[in-house]
Write a protein that binds this ligand. Structure first.
Ligand SMILES: C[S@@+](CC[C@H](N)C(=O)[O-])C[C@H]1O[C@@H](n2cnc3c(N)ncnc32)[C@H](O)[C@@H]1O
Length: 453
């Protein structure tokens, strides 16, 4: 039976549900989640599945006419950025982590393929011509994290990048250097945390950062070429630049943009697609700690003029300014959040008899997550649709229902809950290593519509 006057919201709900009914594993994208072209310039923790974000944006655009711009306030490595560009949409992404801002500012282009090839040859020549063993940077414990010969080679790369005159090209090379640092430091690559390798292994490892760097640069050339072709095929490139507008901001999403020193924040967006962290960085995914060593080797002013040394003052400086990083007065503030989310109140109550730190951690994270919601809604046009991906983390033995807490916090602002559905996370790595609820290996997709304000 055909229903007359079926609303867009109903159609959207039905369409999204239809994928899950035909194939209950549809949204897991098992075996179909390869990270191609710009999506794999650099490894970043907890990246979204590009194919899934692509499908979600496509479905919404089919049913809701006039969507021209996308906003991601937790942009990370820019999965949503690249998928939005591939659909010719304007974009704004924000992140508190300078490494995320670097990746995204590189991914947005320009796409000067030929110039990049020439600049690469020049860069490699300068690296070869430099026979110095001096180390170009210094920070606390540098000798713990880098063998002197490795630090010497990384310095030769760094010095050559600094000599490159064009910022867009330096950024492309800084991304490749970041990945080189990750692979050649004394920290294990099997975890996002800084975790020293055994002494014997450090001593005997045979690696050359320059060779690693070259391989990454060439591989990233190929990836740039591929994304460029895909954009060109849809006429989304003009004179080497993406045709839409892309803003990438180093910003704290708990704060309104004009209080972040990022202009007046007047631009409003048609669609939100995002995935916030699932808990405080220290006990879930330490994005900041992961970025600490790579950022030491990068000229920070090339990422953003606003960055100062405070971001790298300790290994956990970025994590402590990220969501849930500041624990002070968290439980004292929890009554206010409890009025917006009954699931939050119940969760805090259920933690009463456990070590106090557990409730504090959850309360601090939810306080910050709640503080994001008004600035985010303010950045969207009336009736804009929102797609939030979130998972439940574990505290002690308890699974914290972040999906319900976030849903209630958004609904408390008058937004309309269109649909929530779950997807299996095929990779075990996240759940096992990072305190996500064991039983889950799933995350939730929350689809909301902002009210007409
Ligand atoms: C789950 S990741 C996003 C991953 C991204 N969707 C991707 O595919 O790479 C969450 C991001 O939120 C960022 N973040 C944490 N606290 C933030 C804050 N207060 N303001 C802005 N970004 C924040 C983290 O640095 C991290 O990059």
């Amino acid at each position: 039976m055909i229903r007359l006057n079926e609303s867009v919201d109903d159609k959207l709900r039905k369409r999204l549900m239809s994928y899950g009914t035909g194939d209950k594993n549809y949204w897991s994208f098992r075996g179909k989640a390869a990270r191609e072209h710009a999506h794999s310039y650099l490894q970043y923790p907890a990246m979204m599945v590009p194919q899934m974000q692509r499908k979600l944006i496509e479905i919404i655009r089919e049913l809701v006419p006039g969507i021209k711009s996308v906003y991601d306030p937790f942009v990370g490595s820019g999965t949503v950025l690249t998928e939005s560009m591939l659909q010719g949409l304007d974009f704004r992404g924000q992140d508190i982590n300078p490494l995320a801002v670097l990746i995204c500012r590189t991914k947005r282009g320009p796409f000067f393929e030929k110039a990049l090839r020439e600049k690469t040859e020049n860069l490699f020549k300068n690296i070869e011509a430099d026979d110095s063993k001096d180390v170009d940077i210094d920070f606390r414990n540098i000798d713990k994290w880098f063998r002197p010969d490795i630090a010497g080679e990384l310095s030769r790369i760094r010095k050559a990048i600094k000599r490159e005159p064009a910022k867009w090209s330096r950024r492309f090379f800084w991304v490749a250097l970041s990945e080189t640092v990750r692979l050649s430091s004394n920290s294990r690559t099997s975890t996002f945390k800084l975790h020293i390798r055994p002494a014997g292994e450090i001593k005997t490892r045979e690696i050359s950062p320059i060779e690693i760097f070259k391989k990454i640069v060439y591989a990233n050339h190929g990836k740039l070429s591929k994304i460029r072709k895909l954009l060109e095929a849809n006429s989304f490139i003009k004179r080497d630049y993406f045709t839409g507008s892309v803003e990438i901001l180093l910003a704290d999403s708990t704060k309104a943009l004009n209080s972040n020193g990022n202009g007046n924040g007047k631009n409003k967006f048609d669609l939100l697609v995002t995935s916030p962290p699932y808990g405080d960085n220290a006990t879930t995914v330490p994005y900041g700690q992961y970025s600490y060593l790579p950022l030491q080797w990068i000229e920070l002013s090339d990422i953003d003029e606003k960055i100062d040394d405070s971001y790298l003052s300790t290994t956990h400086a970025i994590d402590s300014i990220s969501l849930g990083g500041l624990k002070k007065d968290a439980l004292e503030d929890s009554d206010k959040i409890g009025k917006l989310s009954v699931t939050f109140s119940e969760t805090i109550k259920s933690l009463q008899d456990e070590p106090r730190d557990r409730a504090v951690r959850v309360a601090a994270f939810c306080r910050d997550l709640n503080n994001c919601i008004d600035p985010i809604l303010d950045t969207l046009k009336p009736d804009a649709y929102m797609i939030w991906t979130i998972g439940n983390r574990r505290v002690g033995k308890r699974s914290i229902p972040m999906d319900d807490i976030l849903s209630e916090l958004i609904a408390a602002r008058g937004a309309k809950n269109i649909l929530k559905f779950d997807r299996e996370i095929p990779s075990k790595r996240m759940a096992v290593k990072n305190n996500f609820a064991d039983t889950m290996r799933k995350e939730s997709i929350l689809v909301f519509k902002k009210g007409n304000y």
